[in-house]
Design a protein around this ligand. Structure first.
Ligand code: NAI
Length: 327
């Protein structure tokens, strides 16, 4: 049987953590033959640590055959020791009335410390997924704080946007989600993301040709996907958690186990593709194989798409400029 791998999860006592850990431990992320050791990080606060203990009691009570070990931590320097996978979920999202500079400063402190800790103690091949918002910029901060690790191993979660877009397209076309291929989401995990179905196919036929409806694209599809997070908060009184955890599982599973040629969306440091400046943590269509990802390059970008890409890039560069002094 396989040797266990180490999976670190931050914000482990939060609502995404509660929807995520049980699925990692059951083998949904890394395969039903891959034992895992969970290295769970929460803030030192007594209530948070106590809540984490409660989650661990429940994990125990599941008697997962693949759960080979479990640890609670309050310091990233111990939580990330030798970790093979790190899911950085805990962060400080923007609260009501919170200034942007304040948000960036708080997360700057969290993600510089966590990037440095990964740099110091994690596996040299650690795969990092940042879920905590602002996800792209937090991933950028962690990457810049870990100069001894490969920059390409730092990624941000755009998969929830990707899955939301898939589900809207399935509803629009009346076709099953699983039949839709080659969807792309560009840019920032924010309402400026650009979900792009120009290349999407269903059973080999072009989705765009099925309904040539630019007004739907611009006025319904993009706003629905972009504002979905706010719509969930409005309906549920809490932000998306199970769907976010599901997207994190999808992202890591595909990165680790491959996509068999299919496109998925990952936020990754730009290699310059599509004119995005190098290192900007940008949502791109990628394919995964052999534990690595490749950006899908050479796609034609029309005027409307370029406009959308420019807008989300400008937002990301603004965020990046706002944290440069922290790095
Ligand atoms: P939550 O507030 O329920 O849980 C967050 C947990 O993180 C808390 O238990 C908190 O104590 C912990 N935490 C905070 N700072 C920490 C640190 N420095 N180290 C370790 N733990 C820390 O929040 P929830 O709903 O679980 O969401 C977590 C994050 O994910 C938020 O930033 C949210 O905006 C983001 N998110 C991102 C999505 C995406 O698509 N990228 C989708 C949905 C949420």
């Amino acid at each position: 049987s396989k040797k266990p791998v180490r999976v670190a999860v931050t914000g482990a006592a939060g609502q995404i953590g509660y929807a995520l850990l049980f699925r990692i431990a059951s083998g949904e992320m890394l395969g039903k033959d891959q034992p895992v050791i969970l290295q769970l990080l929460e803030i030192p606060d007594e209530k948070a640590q106590k809540a984490l203990k409660g989650v661990m009691m429940e994990l125990d009570d599941c008697a997962f055959p693949l759960l080979a070990g479990m640890e609670a931590h309050s310091d990233p320097m111990t939580a990330f020791k030798d970790t093979d996978y790190a899911l950085l979920v805990g962060s400080r999202p923007r609260g009501p009335g919170m200034e942007r500079a304040e948000l960036l400063a708080i997360n700057g402190a969290i993600f510089t410390a966590q990037g440095k800790a990964l740099n110091a103690v994690a596996s040299r091949n650690v795969k990092v997924l940042v879920v905590g918002n602002p996800a792209n910029t937090n991933a950028y901060i962690a990457m810049k704080s870990a100069p001894d690790l490969p920059a390409r191993n730092f990624t941000a979660m755009l998969r929830l946007d990707h899955n939301r877009a898939l589900s809207q397209l399935a509803a629009k076309t009346g076709q099953p989600v699983a039949s839709i291929k080659n969807l792309a989401v560009w840019g920032n995990h924010s309402p400026t993301m650009y979900a792009d179905y120009r290349f999407a196919t269903i059973d080999g036929a072009s989705v765009k040709d099925m309904f040539n409806d630019h007004a739907w694209n611009k006025d319904v599809f993009l706003p629905t996907v972009g504002k979905r997070g706010a719509a969930i908060i409005e309906a549920r009184g809490l932000s998306s958690a199970a769907s976010a955890a599901n997207a994190a599982i999808d992202h890591m599973r595909d990165w680790a186990l491959g996509t068999g040629g299919a496109w998925v969306t990952m936020g990754v440091p730009s290699n310059g593709a599509y004119g995005i400046p190098k290192e900007v943590m940008f949502g791109y269509p990628v394919t995964c194989s052999g534990g690595d990802y490749q950006i899908v390059e050479g796609l034609p970008i029309d005027a409307f798409s370029q406009e959308c890409i420019n807008k989300t890039l400008a937002e990301l560069q603004g965020e990046q400029d706002g944290v440069r002094h922290l790095l």
